[in-house]
Design a protein around this ligand. Structure first.
Ligand SMILES: Cc1cc2nc3c(=O)[nH]c(=O)nc-3n(C[C@H](O)[C@H](O)[C@H](O)COP(=O)(O)O)c2cc1C
Length: 499
């Protein structure tokens, strides 16, 4: 289905998802305490599973906002990810990665709209009228330290020095009627803003959109340059400025068409214990610790607002797996292109490998001795791919990196472990990697560079793969349906007559 204009807000996005047949609306009340997450986890086990809109919770009677809840937002549906990236939902995975690479390089500044043009300002509560504990904010996993809002959200902070607005996806744990934490990994932009402001004994104004067009989660979940606002990259993907409105309790610009926005401030050195939380690895991250505490001053919301929730889990039930894998692949490919590495035919960071963090496959046409080894070292360490990654695999360009069967075939027939595996040590990793023990050894990691390309020394003398002749492929393809065969002819990348 083609649309002339980009998605304007979550409601328009849901209409398009419904038209794809990928929206399930649940009218029966469901407990936000573990039950919504459990349903999402189970539904999410099927590849391409639908988006779930819970119209009511069994806490609805006490909820003054009348919140509805969206789960499995993008999930493992490539069609919903494509729609969110303003692409044709039927685009192939390889093309979607290539398009995402191009789109995330574009920038369009946001457009500030007046307060009466901003749907999110339809309703506002301030001061003691705010009671976040009365909202059906969910608990995801049994051992989570509390209830979490805005897990697929957009948190807005301002750089205290250069004034640019960062939009980052960071979870928030409920702490009291007007208090939530922000969990920020080391080096994340909002954390850097807070640290610098606190050094000057200044409070940090902060806003968060808790229900928002899922493109915010896609872009807010990526690391971009520290002096350019993600609002510009959101506009770049859409090819259209994102409408923003000035807050009422802060002077931050917030998404004008969001469902729910909170505004507040983090006074100097204000922290409270946060966590643990079930993570994208399929494990609880850690026992938790002190995290910045936001004092909420205002909450704005549309009528019947929708809270968006991102479940972290093992694949494919993990919200951040498939879209993140596509974006990560696109960023690594873009980084390699910027470095001028020739011959790259495709890149894929498999979502089943800890949401695309752990494994990256580079497909390349080998053009000179050492080319594959160079591609492996660079892909392991470029900014878009260095964090966490453990397995970096190079394959020839006749292997589709998005097809795990082809990758396993290359690993099995073109890689000799004794000669073709190198290890990098003390690399950029995370506290969240459960394989490194005792936990104190984290966050340093290691990486295996696995050359599964045909040995360059024997490129033209190696045993030849069994492959069809192009003429025969074309001939049988043209008769496919006449022969009574169903579906499309599978694409083939290697032919017997290729030089
Ligand atoms: C659904 C989702 C949830 C995330 N939750 C957190 C989080 O709670 N804390 C965190 O530091 N990063 C989290 N991340 C990763 C950050 O969004 C990512 O590192 C991003 O680069 C942060 O933005 P920044 O580069 O502007 O700091 C999450 C990502 C996604 C997609």
């Amino acid at each position: 289905m083609e649309y002339d204009s980009p998605v304007t807000d979550l409601r328009e996005w849901l209409r398009r998802v419904d038209a794809l047949g990928e929206l399930v609306v649940i009218n029966e009340p469901v407990d936000p305490d573990e039950e919504m997450a459990a349903i999402t986890y189970l539904v999410g086990k099927e590849q391409g599973s639908p988006c779930l809109l819970f119209e009511r919770s069994d806490q609805s009677a006490a909820d003054p906002l009348g919140i509805r809840q969206l789960w499995n937002i993008l999930g493992s549906s490539r069609r919903r990810i494509a729609l969110t990236m303003e692409e044709d939902p039927e685009i192939s995975l390889r093309d979607l990665i290539a398009r995402a690479k191009d789109r995330t390089g574009l920038r369009v500044p946001p457009k500030e709209v007046s307060r009466d043009e901003a749907p999110v300002l339809t309703n506002t509560l301030t001061g003691s009228d705010i009671d976040l504990t009365s909202l059906p904010i969910p608990k995801h996993w049994p051992l989570d330290g509390g209830r979490y809002a805005g897990t697929g959200d957009a948190v807005i902070t301002r750089d205290p020095d250069n004034g640019y607005l960062n939009v980052g996806t960071y979870r928030m744990m409920l702490q009291g009627p007007r208090e939530v934490n922000l969990f920020l990994s080391p080096g994340k932009d909002a954390k850097l803003h807070i640290e610098r402001a606190w050094k000057r004994n200044e409070s940090v104004p902060v806003a968060a959109a808790w229900g928002v067009d899922p493109l915010f989660m896609v872009i807010g979940g990526q690391a971009f340059a520290k002096n350019v606002s993600e609002y510009e990259f959101l506009g770049g993907v859409k090819g259209h400025p994102v409408p923003v409105v000035r807050g009422t309790a802060t002077d931050l610009l917030v998404p004008a068409a969001a469902e729910i926005v909170i505004e507040g401030e983090i006074p100097p050195n204000s922290v409270r214990h946060e966590g643990p939380f079930g993570e994208f690895t399929g494990y609880y991250g850690h026992e938790g610790g002190d995290c910045p505490l936001v004092h909420v001053k205002a909450i704005h919301y549309r009528d019947d607002p929708i809270l968006t929730n991102a479940l972290m889990a093992d694949y494919p039930s993990c919200e951040m797996a498939d879209f993140f894998a596509i974006l990560r692949s696109a960023r690594i490919w873009g980084d390699l292109e910027k470095l001028g590495l020739p011959g790259i035919a495709g890149v894929y960071s498999h979502p089943a490998a800890a949401s695309g963090f752990a494994m990256t496959v580079i497909s390349l046409e080998q053009r000179y001795p050492g080319h594959a080894s160079q591609a492996l070292s660079l892909a392991a360490q470029v900014p878009g791919g260095a964090y966490y990654s453990k397995w970096i695999i190079a394959v020839d360009h006749d292997v589709d990196p998005t097809n795990i069967n082809e990758v396993l075939w290359a690993l099995s027939t073109r890689c000799a472990p004794r000669d073709d595996i190198d290890i990098l040590r003390d690399t950029w990793s995370t506290w969240l990697d459960p394989s490194q023990n005792p936990p104190e050894v984290r966050p340093y990691g290691s990486k295996a560079l696995i050359n599964s390309c045909t040995d360059h020394r024997h490129l033209h003398t190696m045993a030849r793969r069994t492959a069809l002749r192009r003429e025969i492929y074309d001939r049988v393809s043209s008769r496919w349906h006449e022969l009574g065969l169903a579906g499309e002819v599978p694409p083939v990348r290697a032919f017997a007559d290729d030089s």
